[in-house]
Every structure is written in C-alpha cells, then in structure tokens.
Design a protein around this ligand. Structure first.
Ligand code: DLL
Length: 433
C-alpha cells in the first residue's frame, strides 16, 4: 500500500534530478536567508550558486546541534516569525533546548511524509491508533498524529504514562495500533499481563508504530509477542522535522528515507569524508524542502549504513539500516568500543532475563569497568543461589563472546528496575562525575 505511489516509486534517475534541483534551491535559500549559513559558506569559500551535481553537497559545511544552541531560540529561522505556525523543542539534557519552527507548508510536508511511512507500515483508515508518545514540545506525538489523521485512521491521543488507563482504553476502544517508544511498548505489554487481559481477546492490537529510540530485532521480537503486533521502526529527529524522516515498510529490511525531502549521506565521523553505499558511519542529513528551518548537512551522530538496492515493496527510496546507536552513546571500555545495542541483543535472547537493563560504567584506578544490570524474569529464580550463579555466569560468558571484554553482571529482582514511558535511559556513566 502506498500513500503517494508516484513519488515513492519514482525511478532513481528522476528522483536524483529532483534532489539536485531542490539542493540547488535550498543552498541558495539558506545563504540568502540565514545569517549563520551565509557566514559559514563565506568562511569555507563555498559558492551556493555553483552547485552542478549532487555530489557537490560535500562542499557544504556541516550543521551541528551546537549551531542550534548558539542561535537559540530563533536564529536558525529562514522566515519571519509571523510565518511560523508551530514551534517544537527537544528536551536537551543540559542547557537550552533545541528550538524548531514550522510554516504551514512545512506542516503539510511533515504530515505527507508521516502518512507515507504509516501507510508503508500497514496502517489504514480502518485502524484505531493510540498515540502513547508524550504530547507537548516533543515532535513524536503530533508528528504521528497528523500523518495518521491524514490517512483517515481514528487517532486516540492518550499521550504517555498512566499505563493502566492506557490499557483500559485499548480494550474498550478496540484499539488496533499503538504508537510509542519500544521501551514503553514493553512496559505496556507487562501491564496488560498484570491486569489479566488476554492478547487477541481483550486486546486487539495488530500494528505497532515504534521509534524515537534504538530497538534491536531481538527486542522487537519480545514486543511483538508481548503485544500481538507487527512492529515497525520509525526514525527522525527534532532538528530535521521530528519523525517522518525514514521508516520501515512491511519488508522490514531497512528504513525508507523520504528521499525527495531528506537527503542522506554517510560520513566517517573522524575524517568527515563521505563514505560509499554500504559503508557504516555517521548519518548526515540535508532537508531539501523545509521553509522555516532548512538544515544543511546535519551531523546526526547516529551510526548506520545506506542501501540503494530496489526493495521488494516497490519503493525506490533508499533504506537505512537500524542504527547501531549514537556515536555519543558508544562506550569506550578499556580501549574497546561497545554499543548498548550489542548488549541488548544478547540479553533479549536469554529467557530467564526480563527485557530491562542498565549499563553502569565506572573508572577504577586507570581502568574502566562495565556493569550490566539485568532483571530476572521470574521471582522463583531467586530460590536457588546455585541457579542464579549459573545464570550470571552464562550472561557474562555470552557478553564476553560478543563484546570481547569482561563485564560485571548483576541480577536484580523482577520489576525492580525503572520503567520508561518515553525514551529509556540505560547508561549511567560515572566516569564523567
Ligand atoms: O525522537 C523524533 C522521533 C519521534 C522519531 C518519534 C521517531 C518517532 P529527538 O527527540 O530529537 O527526535 O531524538 C532524535 O533519537 O538522533 C536518534 O539518536 C534517536 N532516534 C530517533 N528515532 C530512532 C530510531 C525524535 N527509530 C534522536 N532508532 C536521533 C534509533 C532513534 N534511534
């Protein structure tokens, strides 16, 4: 199923011509309308009127989160404030949030992009879809909301939290689709079980539209069996628009970019060179059509690779692999790079362990240590010290095989770890203290 078949299946040559025309326009638009781009281009000696081919994008200077912070709140806008019809902001753990604005046309483009992705995931006008992302400055809830309304689905804006009520409404409204972070989806499935409801009988979910944080295939399997859904992954970020940048179709073999609006590149995060198709590196994205807040070559810090091969679904727009994680989240432990997603893949396949975990990094003397805290799935495991020790040794061994380093494994009681209604915070890095 397609929302905009002509665009989504456009032959690649045609798509690339469209991207080039849009790139030429947006580079000049940024130069003429936004002071920081004007200054950056001049400093780098880049002439936006001279773009000839798509690969000329490599001459455009990068944009980073720091540019948003330095120009807080409205210094990145390319239009007068009176043309802005919506403002969102990312929470930002330290200092000022990142502020983003949208014109009427931007909102229209955003809901079109979302409508494409939710349709690709299998949502239709027959669905009743509960949005359990937090409504507010966060882009997730309203992004999905408008896209789902656009395709005619019945949207239930429950927002995040208040999980028992969430589940009650899910049953009473016969909700068929859930929008949330993967970690909240797991928690909802736990509460459904605790409330004594049966999947398929009391709860009639069939589709999960998840995103906003990483989720390994192993964790997705747990969510799917816990909720009885077909789960798809959706990617995006506030600085670029919010959700709607890329998402999985029913093939689930990568997340299709809305490539006519967002131009992706993969770079080596150290040398900043553009890498070829299939090479893993940092995702850099240029918005090709945004009016209020065009963003050129945004350094996302997310690590992934791109695939331009045709997809069985018929879409021609390229796909990004599920991200391995953010370069900022990569832990360097005694010289070895460790991504939390590697640990998640191991934990999710051990049946005695519940799908919740925390990673604690400490510095002891000059050496770093990594503690992996995992939760027992069943309180009966606490009855035998021997079994617990065997389990701990097993987890430790499997982590060592995958990571190549020793970890300390701590088993904690069932349901003792914090549950998340939004993005889970799993890393506690005490080295920074
Ligand atoms: O999380 C936008 C969004 C909302 C995307 C709802 C999908 C669904 P931010 O809060 O600005 O925006 O966070 C952006 O979250 O750079 C990634 O590191 C991470 N992220 C977002 N989606 C995914 C995903 C929204 N599907 C940051 N897989 C990004 C892995 C994701 N990481």
């Amino acid at each position: 199923m397609f929302f905009d078949k002509e665009t989504e299946t456009m032959p690649r040559k045609e798509l690339e011509n469209l991207q080039l025309e849009r790139l030429k326009h947006i580079a000049v638009y940024c130069y003429e309308k936004v002071k920081i781009y004007h200054d950056k281009f001049d400093a780098a000696g880049f002439d936006p009127y001279k773009i000839q081919v798509l690969s000329d994008i490599k001459y455009i200077p990068f944009t980073t989160k720091a540019d948003f912070r330095d120009n807080y709140p409205f210094g990145m806008l390319a239009v007068p404030k009176r043309d802005i019809v919506r403002i969102h902001a990312s929470s930002g753990t330290t200092g000022k949030p990142t502020v983003v604005g949208y014109t009427k046309n931007d909102l229209e483009m955003w809901s079109d992009c979302m409508a494409r992705l939710v349709t690709a995931a299998g949502a239709t006008a027959d669905d009743t879809i509960q949005i359990a992302f937090g409504y507010g400055l966060f882009t997730g809830a309203l992004g999905l909301h408008y896209g789902l309304e656009k395709i005619g689905a019945s949207v239930v804006p429950t927002s995040s939290g208040n999980t028992e009520k969430q589940v009650m409404l899910m049953k009473d409204f016969e909700t068929t689709g859930l929008v949330s972070t993967p970690s909240y989806a797991l928690h909802i499935s736990e509460v459904i079980r605790d409330m004594g409801y049966k999947i398929g009988e009391d709860i009639k979910l069939s589709l999960g539209l998840f995103g906003s944080e990483g989720c390994t295939v192993e964790m997705r399997d747990q969510i799917e069996s816990g909720l009885g859904v077909f789960a798809t992954d959706n990617y995006g970020m506030s600085e670029l628009i919010g959700p709607g940048v890329s998402g999985e179709c029913r093939e689930r073999n990568g997340l299709h970019f809305n490539e006519d609006h967002f131009f992706p590149e993969i770079i080596d995060p150290i040398t900043e060179d553009v890498l070829s198709e299939g090479e893993s590196g940092e995702l850099v994205i240029t918005t090709l059509t945004k009016e209020a807040l065009p963003v050129l070559r945004y350094r996302t810090r997310d690590i992934t690779k791109l695939n331009y091969q045709p997809c069985a679904c018929g879409r021609t727009h390229c796909r990004m692999e599920k991200t391995t994680g953010r370069s900022d989240d990569m832990l360097k432990i005694r010289g070895v790079n460790v991504f939390p997603s590697q640990i998640e893949s191991v934990i999710m396949t051990i049946p005695q362990i519940a799908p919740y975990y925390e990673l604690v990094v400490e510095r002891e003397g000059s050496a770093d240590t990594l503690e992996v805290r995992v939760e027992l799935a069943d309180a009966r495991l606490l009855e035998s010290y021997r079994n617990l020790e065997d389990l701990r040794a097993n987890v430790k061994h499997r982590l060592k095989t995958v990571l190549g380093i020793e970890t300390k494994v701590s088993l904690v009681e069932p349901k003792s770890m914090a549950r998340s209604a939004g993005k889970a915070k799993r890393i506690i890095d005490n080295r920074k203290k």
